[in-house]
Design a protein around this ligand. Structure first.
Ligand code: SF4
Ligand code: SF4
Length: 181
């Protein structure tokens, strides 16, 4: 008969090497703690990177897609010719274009037609930029503005009058570069 403990309810007997294992485990924990403290201390003395929004704004990329604009030619005529390609390309159907004929007495754009009504429902827009890509005369473009909050749903229907505002200078510069290529 051997000395082996056959009773399953008796407590496990410590192995001779377990004391050594505990020492390694404590050393590893202390090492990890010191590594964490070193990282904390090194970050504590670096300058803060918080951007004080809304006074300061983070720069956006040149191709950022925000609020829309309708453009004019240098002579003041509207670029939009009422072709509705932007409305057809829009995946959420948030553009409404109603075209009308230009006349000699009332010339609004260089083409046969112009957009008598042009509206974008900004609550539905997903800022994909498909309308800008689809437009054959670069009439509709997306600018850099993203602060579009307002106080009623009606104010998010951007009418032609609102969309025909002058372009921000950086968007104008981007489009001028694009046209030169
Ligand atoms: S950006 Fe996209 S979703 Fe918004 S109006 Fe243009 S096509 Fe429609
Ligand atoms: S914005 Fe461009 S695509 Fe849309 S109706 Fe006017 S000309 Fe056509």
């Amino acid at each position: 008969m051997t000395n082996e403990n056959k009773n399953p309810t008796s407590p496990p007997q410590p192995s001779p090497a377990s004391g050594e294992g505990d020492k390694h485990s404590v050393a590893a924990d202390v090492g990890a703690l010191l590594t964490g403290l070193k990282t904390t201390l090194s970050e504590a003395f670096r300058p803060a990177v918080t951007t004080m929004y809304p006074e300061d704004k983070t720069p956006r990329s040149e191709r950022y897609r925000g609020r829309h604009y309708l453009r004019r030619y240098d002579n003041g005529l509207e670029r939009c010719i009422g072709c509705e390609l932007c409305a057809a390309a829009c995946p959420v159907g948030c553009i409404l274009v109603i075209a009308a004929e230009n006349t000699d007495e009332n010339r609004v754009s260089p083409g046969e037609r112009y957009a008598k009504t042009y509206e974008i429902n900004m609550l539905r827009c997903i800022f994909c930029g498909y309308c800008e890509d689809a437009c054959p005369v670069q009439a509709i473009v997306l600018g850099p503005e993203y602060e579009l909050s307002d106080t009623s749903r009606e104010k998010f229907i951007y009418t032609k009058e609102k969309l025909l505002e002058p372009l921000p200078p950086d968007v104008q510069a981007r489009l001028t570069t694009k046209e030169k290529k």
